[in-house]
Design a protein around this ligand. Structure first.
Ligand SMILES: [Cu+2]
Length: 196
């Protein structure tokens, strides 16, 4: 992030120099455009930062939990499976107090520098995904929503913890925030972006 900021310094100076050479309406237009750009970047950075601290803003997304993402209780544990997509994570629903075995199935093609590793800020956990099945184990102690994101905070989804899986209501399956950009943002890589 520091290097990113430093990287924009020459650009800023460059813009300043160029704009002093320009006159009239074009200059004004350009200043307006750059103002909007700077604000957009600011908002983006802010929400990424919040994501990484486990706070999730609600942005538009088409991603919803489906039946496949609700854990099923098998003896002493509950199991749930998701499939990694190159620019999107899938939300899961688990029950409080029972050890979770969450399998993230990752195809080699869908792993990239953006969606891997995954962090769960609330659990202070970072998961380095490998091609194939990745099993994450934890025991949720409180009901509520836990955010998980990519290491840079760009893609995010939620782990919803409920009291009882057998009476999940509509609101537990509310749409989960997905990627920021329709095309997967930093992870935009081919066609991995499909609504689920
Ligand atoms: Cu990322």
């Amino acid at each position: 992030m520091l290097f990113f900021s430093l990287g924009t310094v020459p650009l800023m100076f460059g813009l300043g120099t160029v704009s002093s050479l320009l006159t009239g309406t074009f200059k004004q237009r350009m200043l307006q455009v750059s103002g909007v750009l700077v604000m957009f970047l600011g908002i983006l950075m802010l929400s990424r930062g919040l994501n990484l601290s486990g706070i999730n803003l609600a942005y538009a997304s088409t991603s919803t939990a489906n039946a496949g993402n609700i854990a099923s209780i098998k003896g002493e544990t509950q199991v749930v499976e998701t499939t990694l997509q190159s620019g999107r994570y899938q939300p899961i629903v688990v029950q409080k107090g029972i050890p979770v075995k969450w399998t993230i199935r990752a195809a080699e093609n869908d792993l990239n520098g953006c969606n891997n590793p995954i962090t769960i800020p609330q659990y202070n956990t970072q998961i380095e995904l490998v091609p194939g099945d990745n099993v994450i184990e934890f025991t949720p102690q409180e009901t509520g929503k836990i955010t998980y994101t990519c290491w840079m905070g760009m893609i995010s989804s939620t782990i919803t913890v409920v009291d009882d899986l057998s009476d999940i209501s509509e609101k537990d399956l509310a749409p989960s925030p997905g990627a920021y950009f329709p095309r997967g943002g930093c992870c935009a890589k081919g066609t991995g972006e499909t609504a689920n």
